[in-house]
Design a protein around this ligand. Structure first.
Ligand code: SF4
Length: 308
C-alpha cells in the first residue's frame, strides 16, 4: 500500500486507517514541534498531489481484506496538510460509497478560510483541526506558515467551518513551553475557542521528538490547570492504551524492533528500511517506547532510536 497506513493506534481516534493525501512533508506550515521533521515542500498551492484513483483502489482493496473491519476511523491525514489535495471532495465521496466506517480529517486549519475547502470537507464525520496561537507573532514563531497566512485567517476560517459543518469539530491546541503558554496568549486562545465553539477541545503538548529543538513540552500540571479553567469541554490527549494488536500490527512492531536491534535509526531510516509510512513508524515507536523496548538519543541535530 502506497497511500494507506495502518490501522495504527492513534491517541485521539483509537485504531485509525491513515490515508496519505500529499507527499511527505508537503505542508502550509513548518511547525517547531512537527514529529515528521522539517517541511520540505512549504506551499499553500492546492493540487492533485497523489492520484485519487490509486488512493481509492487501495481503499477498496483494504475494505475487501479481512483487516477491513479492524479500524475505528478512516483518517485523512498522513505526512502533510491533507486539505492541500484538491481532489479531497471526490475522495471523501468515494470513501463513503466504500465503507460505513466513520471518516475523520486531521488538519492544521490553514485553508478553512477558503469556501471551496470548507465545501470539500463537508462529507466527513469529524474534523480535528488545530489552532496553537492567536497572536501573529506567536503563530509565526510556532507554526512557521507560508507567507500570506495569518492566525486571523485561521480563526475566521474555523468560525466559518463551525457555522457550515454538520459533523463534530474536535479542536486541538498544542502547547510548547515558553512559546504559547503565557497568560496573554491563553486568554486570546480562550476567546477564539469561544468563537469557534468546538464539540471538544483537546489539550496536547510535545510528546515525540520534534523538528526543532525549541519545541519543549509543558508540564502535566500546566495542562491539568488549563483543563480545569476551560471546564467540561476540555480534555488532555492521553497516550493510547492499546487493545491487542492484530497479527499484522504486531509483525510491524516486531520488524521495527528487529531493525533497531541491528543499528540505531531515525524515523526516516526506519520508514525506508521497513517500507512503512513515516507517520506509521512514529505511532509504533510510541508504543515501543511506552513498553520500554526502545529509547531515543539526539545526535548531530537528529533523533536516533535504539533497541533496549
Ligand atoms: S505538525 Fe502538521 S501542520 Fe505542522 S508542519 Fe507537521 S505536518 Fe505540517
Amino acid at each position: 500500500m502506497k497511500y494507506l497506513f495502518g490501522p495504527v493506534p492513534s491517541r485521539r481516534l483509537g485504531m485509525s486507517l491513515g490515508v496519505d493525501l500529499v507527499p511527505f512533508k508537503t505542508c502550509t506550515f513548518d511547525c517547531l514541534y512537527c514529529e515528521l521533521g522539517r517541511t520540505t515542500c512549504h506551499t499553500a498551492k492546492r493540487d492533485s498531489y497523489v492520484p485519487a484513483a490509486a488512493v481509492l483502489a487501495e481503499l477498496e482493496e483494504f475494505f475487501r481484506s479481512p483487516s477491513g473491519t479492524a479500524c475505528d476511523y478512516v483518517t485523512l491525514s498522513g505526512s502533510g496538510e491533507p486539505t492541500l489535495n484538491r481532489d479531497l471532495e471526490t475522495i471523501i465521496r468515494e470513501i463513503r460509497q466504500l465503507t460505513a466506517v466513520p471518516v475523520a480529517l486531521l488538519s492544521n486549519s490553514s485553508l478553512f478560510h477558503l469556501p471551496e475547502v470548507r465545501a470539500a470537507v463537508a462529507g466527513v464525520d469529524v474534523i480535528l483541526p488545530s489552532l496553537d496561537a492567536v497572536s501573529e507573532a506567536v503563530f509565526t514563531r510556532l507554526n512557521r506558515p507560508v507567507p500570506g497566512l495569518t492566525a486571523a485567517m485561521l480563526v475566521d476560517g474555523l468560525a466559518a467551518l463551525r457555522r457550515e459543518f454538520q459533523g463534530e469539530i474536535w479542536l486541538e491546541i498544542l502547547f510548547c513551553q515558553g512559546i504559547n503558554d503565557d497568560e496573554a496568549e491563553i486568554d486570546r486562545l480562550q476567546a477564539a475557542v469561544a468563537r469557534i465553539e468546538p464539540d471538544r477541545l483537546q489539550l496536547n503538548t510535545v510528546v515525540r521528538p520534534a523538528a526543532y529543538r525549541e519545541a519543549r513540552p509543558v508540564s502535566d500540571a500546566f495542562l491539568r490547570r488549563l483543563r480545569q479553567r476551560w471546564g467540561e469541554l476540555a480534555e488532555i490527549v492521553v497516550p493510547f492504551r492499546h487493545r491487542q494488536l492484530s497479527d499484522i500490527q504486531a509483525d510491524k512492531e516486531e520488524m521495527i524492533l528487529a531493525t533497531l536491534k541491528r543499528r540505531p535509526c531515525t524515523t526516516s531510516d526506519l520508514a525506508a528500511s521497513c517500507a512503512l509510512a513515516p507517520a506509521e513508524v512514529v505511532k509504533y515507536l510510541d508504543l515501543l517506547r511506552q513498553a520500554g523496548k526502545v529509547r531515543k538519543q539526539e545526535h548531530a541535530g537528529e533523533t536516533f532510536y535504539f533497541a533496549g
